[in-house]
Design a binder for this molecule. Structure first.
Ligand SMILES: [Zn+2]
Length: 394
């Protein structure tokens, strides 16, 4: 990761909350004169402003002492974020502080009820949506495209974040799509591409700063992985996302959409869970979409349905298998779980824990796992917004 200069370090802190000069000096480690120089430059550029005076309780004297706080100027430096889901594309017009000024959602141009996730789109389909939404959201705020700082896109799949290439994704017909370049050239705005699981891990890092090392699993459309080691988010080569979903779980097992057989992802996605329970029970699960179906499954589990329990136990074994390997490899015990299937957390957690404790390695190598459910369903969107702003260098 690039080392930030003084200005960007101050801005990164102020993005979280307002700080006093004393607190800024402590947090950045900058000396008084260096900090004064940095804040003056940021004032001159119209990036920061003084907030209302806060009265902080002084513990020694027992009386309040007024203190001037510094904050980022809102309503400047706008960017557009696009978040791709199975249903369609969510778009957000944000300012430099991370505030959302306008948002919209459009469905992919097919009936979602008949939409198979393995049906992908041409890059043009996304490009048209991005163009249309960018114009709509900007027009609402009397902005022109050339006033935007950045366009960012979060997608599932293997993404080379450094060079903005979507190596492969369920959403695209083509592989190695130079998405950042295509959108950047068409709209004339610098474009960055992120993987949704990286966005989620980035957000978790901000939400739980005390967790220096963690594994973040997103169970839903795919099996997403985020990894944080000693406070640093880990990526593959060229900032690529960590692809654990296609690691083999069962040789010659279930067919995966990638073409291989027995990939872990083929056992643990929300669609795989629904298929498994439906085939065991010989009945389809009620619900119009994945989240409604997950609620139905939750009800089946709480009523003690044997087939539902057997399916979730199987899913938990596949997830537990991946987790055990990661935990042993990286010596991590904190695990976050998010995604559509997290609604089944109570049961998944129980079975995963059961699987892990039955693992012989557990006795010597595995630290007692701490599995935490991420209840914020918009964690990845929050991460995308923060990541987008973190790319704007002052
Ligand atoms: Zn696969």
């Amino acid at each position: 990761m690039k080392k930030l200069n003084g200005k960007n370090r101050v801005v990164a802190l102020l993005r979280k909350e307002a700080y006093s000069r004393v607190e800024l000096a402590r947090a950045t480690g900058l000396g008084k004169s260096a900090l004064t120089k940095v804040t003056k430059a940021l004032f001159d550029e119209g990036i920061i402003e003084e907030a209302q005076v806060a009265v902080k309780q002084s513990s020694e004297q027992g009386r309040g002492r007024p203190e001037t706080l510094l904050q980022l100027v809102p309503n400047i430096k706008f960017s557009l974020c696009f978040y791709l889901t199975k249903q369609g594309v969510s778009s957000y017009l944000i300012d430099f502080t991370g505030k959302i000024h306008a948002a919209n959602e459009v469905d992919w141009p097919v009936d979602p009820a008949n939409h198979d996730i393995h049906v992908a789109y041409s890059t043009d389909v996304l490009l048209n949506i991005v163009k249309q939404e960018a114009n709509v959201l900007c027009a609402q705020h009397s902005l022109t495209l050339d006033q935007l700082e950045l366009i960012s896109i979060a997608t599932f799949g293997k993404v080379s974040q450094q060079d903005g290439i979507v190596v492969h994704s369920q959403f695209f017909q083509d592989t190695n799509v130079k998405l950042a370049e295509i959108i950047g050239e068409c709209l004339g705005v610098t474009t960055k591409i992120f993987n949704v699981d990286y966005c989620c891990a980035f957000q978790l890092q901000q939400m739980y700063p005390e967790k220096e090392s963690f594994i973040s699993l997103c169970l839903g459309l795919g099996l997403g992985l985020g990894l944080c080691l000693d406070g640093q988010l880990v990526t593959g080569r060229l900032g690529s996302t960590l692809g654990i979903g296609h690691v083999n779980y069962e040789p010659n097992g279930k067919k995966c959409y990638c073409g291989a057989k027995g990939c872990t992802e083929a056992y643990v996605t929300s669609d795989a869970i629904i298929d498994e329970i439906e085939s065991l029970r010989g009945l389809s699960i009620s619900g119009n979409d994945v989240s409604e179906k997950m609620q139905s499954i939750k009800q089946l589990l709480s009523s003690g349905d044997v087939a539902a329990h057997r399916s979730i136990e199987k899913v938990s074994q596949a997830v537990g298998d991946i987790l055990a390997q990661l935990m042993v490899t990286f010596d991590i015990s904190t695990i976050f779980m998010s995604g559509d299937t997290a609604v089944l957390f109570h049961y998944l957690e129980q079975y995963i824990r059961q699987y892990l404790t039955s693992d012989k390695r557990y006795q010597t190598l595995l630290t007692k796992p701490k599995i935490i459910r991420v209840t914020d369903v918009k964690a990845s969107v929050g991460g995308l917004i923060q990541l987008t702003n973190s790319q704007i260098v002052i």
